[in-house]
Write a protein that binds this ligand. Structure first.
Ligand code: TPP
Length: 531
């Protein structure tokens, strides 16, 4: 007789979800018991790491990932990266163990109180099945909820005595669409505004990359002879950054962002919130007289935009529909930005010199995963992303995502057979939030290279304190951290890099290795301005 466990594994097979990221506990053991040979359990040493590895894996493979967490404490540990998965719009099915139904009323140790409230509001759906027999169908519903736009995480709390119960017949597998097309009438109105615009500008967001529509994004920019900006603080790269139309990433503050768009009468935003701001710098949201058109697959994003007119659609389908209808412009196309002068190479290296070296030695088809807050501008200035699905970071602002996400991306690259090289750039502060991801990467023999710009401080918080005039904040310096010893302790190759050539050689060796490599690189302690 089939048990609920048998039926659930069958359902997971049907859904193509045979990889489970997790950290086990007693409340999960009845699920994990006799773990099937055709499944892969990716062991994380902390739940934050499990969630972010699954997020990176899901984004790089384009399908949802399954994370199994330990009841309330495990969910709590995973919560920061669940917040990130929500903002990243990553479809994740998070399951968590729950104490035995027989004892739940008296709240034994490890009972999750109000389990479905715990992950709120950062899940699209949270459920504890009313009957053990409902688990396989709840998995199916969880999947359908996670993948429909806007995609995101869902949560199932699963009592540990459910798994051995006799199963009902397996629910019929069903599928849902993951894209929807724009309202034709409203699209025609958008076309009319764009065709009549004197000087339009395009702002593309991560939804363009998620919907695999770089080609349409480029074609529309060329059709309109319009410059292109990346939406502020993007979690994915959205446009070939060596294209003559590309202008850079918009600043993430109200006044400066509007200033960057000065002179444009129409702003078309596709696949991003309007807008993702960080420090409060007052001003208008748009240049005077400009009109904003917004395409998003997220009704909440459309509702909360402070300016503009929104159109719900899959970003890729909207771009394709616009391309069908927008007439070619007779404006001269934007010209390429001036090339940057090569940064000076000093001792220690500046962030710019370090990342110029990284760019010079960048592997063809490399994937960059980034969590280096104060050095982000230098990194994006020096290392231009030119291919789709090649840049990942967190949309949330929560640290502890980048390192484990890079491990998840690298695993997806291996599992898919694509084998693209993965390089992470992780600040010496950010490294420690999910540092144990290094152990999983070592156990999996993944050749991910982690470059750590070492400035021995939380530089961005110093910059923020300067901008906001809050002197005297404690806890902003990071002396006495031995990155080499930490990396070695988790089983990684590691070497301090101090020159561009040393970085090049260590990077090439690391990408050929059969384990992760951590490369701490001492950099100047100058604090870059936050804007
Ligand atoms: C989970 C979490 N805790 C704290 C913070 C606040 N925070 C933002 S940036 C930062 C420092 C990052 O330091 P590092 O990685 O060394 O980068 P740097 O700013 O020096 O470039 C901190 C602590 C955060 N964003 N997320």
């Amino acid at each position: 007789m089939a048990t609920v466990r048998d039926a659930t594994y069958d359902m997971l097979r049907t859904l193509g979800m045979t990889t489970v990221f997790g950290n086990p506990g007693s409340t999960e053991e009845p699920f994990l018991q006799d773990f099937p040979a055709d499944f892969h359990y990716v062991h994380a040493l902390h739940e934050a790491t499990a969630v972010a590895m699954a997020d990176g894996y899901a984004q790089a493979s384009g399908v949802p990932a399954h994370v199994n967490l330990h009841t309330a404490p495990g969910t709590g540990n995973g919560m920061g990266n669940l917040v990130t998965a929500w903002h990243n719009k990553t479809p994740l099915i998070v399951t968590a163990g729950q104490q035995t139904r027989e004892m739940l009323l008296l709240e034994p140790r490890l009972a999750s109180r109000r389990a479905t409230e715990l992950p709120q509001p950062y899940v699209k759906w949270a459920y504890e099945p009313a009957r053990a027999q409902d688990i396989p169908a709840a998995m199916l519903r969880a999947y359908a909820t996670a993948v429909q736009p806007p995609a995101g995480p869902v949560y199932l709390s699963l009592p540990m005595d459910d798994w051995g119960q006799p199963a009902d017949a397996l629910p019929t597998a069903r599928t849902v669409a993951t894209r929807f097309a724009p309202d034709p009438e409203r699209l025609t109105e958008f076309v009319r505004v764009l065709a009549g615009s004197r000087n339009p500008v395009l702002v593309y967001g991560p939804g363009v990359d998620r919907s695999a529509s770089w080609a349409s994004a480029v074609a529309l920019a060329e059709r309109l002879a319009a410059p292109v900006w990346s939406a502020p603080a993007p979690e994915r790269a959205v446009f070939p950054e060596n294209h003559p139309h590309f202008r850079g990433v918009l600043p993430y503050a109200i006044g400066p962002l509007a200033e960057a768009l000065n002179g444009h009468d129409t702003v078309l935003v596709v696949g991003a919130p309007v807008f993702r701001y960080y420090p409060y710098v007052p001003g208008g949201h748009l240049p005077d007289g400009a009109r904003l058109l917004h395409v998003t697959d997220d009704p909440d994003e459309a509702a909360r935009a402070p300016v503009g007119d929104s159109l719900l659609s899959d970003p890729g389908l909207a771009l394709a529909a616009l391309l069908d209808q927008v007439p070619p412009s007779d404006r001269p196309p934007p010209t390429r930005r001036d090339e940057l002068p090569a940064p000076e190479v000093g001792t220690p290296l500046s962030a710019d010199a370090l990342f110029a070296a990284l760019a010079a030695h960048w592997p063809a088809d490399g994937v960059l995963v980034q969590e280096s807050p104060s050095n982000l501008s230098a990194l994006r200035r020096q290392l231009r992303i030119t291919r789709p699905a090649s840049y990942f970071t967190m949309a949330s602002g929560g640290l502890g995502y980048g390192l484990p996400a890079a491990v998840g991306v690298a695993l997806a690259e291996r599992d898919s057979g694509r084998g693209r090289p993965v390089v992470a750039v992780i600040g010496d502060g950010s490294l420690h939030y999910s540092v144990q991801a290094l152990w999983t990467a070592a156990r999996l023999a993944l050749p991910v290279v982690v470059v750590v710009p070492v400035n021995q401080q939380y530089a961005i918080l110093k910059a923020f304190a300067e901008l906001k005039h809050t002197p005297g904040v404690p806890g902003l310096d990071l002396p006495g951290l031995d990155v080499v010893a930490i990396a070695a302790g988790y089983g990684c190759a590691t070497e301090v890099v101090q020159t561009p050539d040393q970085l090049g050689a260590a990077l090439a060796a690391g990408l050929r290795a059969d384990r992760p490599t951590v490369l701490p690189a001492p950099i100047s302690t100058d604090v870059p301005s936050i804007l």
